[in-house]
Design a protein around this ligand. Structure first.
Ligand code: IPE
Ligand code: IPE
Ligand code: MG
Length: 247
């Protein structure tokens, strides 16, 4: 941790937590045990990101496409997430994290929604906390479609003239309206793709792909990703030459 102090730590890190299933299969274990280990990894990573001064951590936990998986795997993932939420009360990190959700939450079962609301409300007032956003039943295309529908509804009600709709307004209709765009995206699990995660918000995000499977991910992997980020030059289409993940 110490060597990172003073380095260009990203304000917002997004993570595609991939590789749980392969981690388990390689050990001859059921995939659900990989998801359980992945949930433990998330706890550690959130704590570490808070320690190094990251302001926002957004993690991809379940995509709109993950419903294609066998029912027992899906219900196992939902059960684990609810367990993660329900044990939060006794977690020493309780006061250092503000939890939020993005995705199509309204179509989930009422009891799941209740758990999501409960942890969001319980942690909302935490001061000096990292903003942990869990993307669940999240798909970027679905998010953009839902935002477009909201804009269309406003127009139909005569509250929006189409010419008024600009990037800032559309951003404000997305699930992520309250947060800055990610500075760094990390994908664990040896795949080099985005898999429908934050397509709008990642426009100028630095991308970092690693072979490490999510359950094997440790503080040192965050260090490596942040070091890679610090060495990048961000230009946002311009010509600036700043280093250190800066602009
Ligand atoms: C990521 O791990 C977790 C979810 C997608 C819910 P996977 O379950 O995709 O693990 P692999 O990619 O099969 O190893
Ligand atoms: C992305 O992983 C979704 C999550 C990590 C929640 P997937 O395992 O679903 O992605 P693909 O299918 O390999 O693209
Ligand atoms: Mg996967």
């Amino acid at each position: 941790m110490s060597e990172l102090i003073g380095a260009a730590v990203p304000v917002h890190i997004a993570i595609i937590m991939d590789g749980n299933g392969r981690w388990a299969t390689r050990r001859g274990l059921p995939r659900t045990l990989g998801h359980r280990e992945g949930a433990e990894t998330l706890k550690r990573v959130a704590r570490y990101c808070k320690d190094i001064g990251v302001g926002y951590l957004t993690v991809y936990a379940f995509s709109t496409e993950n419903w294609k998986r066998p029912g027992d795997e899906v219900s196992g993932i939902i059960r684990l997430l609810r367990h993660y939420i329900n044990t939060f009360e006794s977690d020493p990190e309780r006061d250092r994290i503000r939890v939020n959700f993005i995705g199509d939450i309204e179509t989930l079962n009422a009891d799941v929604q209740r758990d999501f609301r409960s942890i969001s409300e319980r942690t909302r007032g935490n001061r000096d906390a990292i903003n942990l956003t869990i993307a669940f039943n999240y798909g970027a295309r679905d998010e953009i479609v839902r935002a477009a529908r909201k804009a269309a509804a406003l127009a139909a009600q005569g509250e929006l003239v189409p010419e008024q709709l600009d990037e800032a307004m559309l951003s404000g209709l997305l699930d992520t309206r309250a947060m800055p765009d990610p500075d760094l995206l990390i994908r664990a699990g040896a795949e080099s793709r985005i898999s429908n995660f934050m397509l709008w918000q990642l426009a100028y995000t630095e991308l970092y792909f690693t072979d490490t499977l999510w359950p094997d991910f440790r503080d040192a992997d965050i260090d490596a990703a942040v070091a890679a980020y610090a060495a990048r030059q961000r230009r946002f289409g311009g010509l600036s030459t700043g280093r250190g993940g800066g602009s």
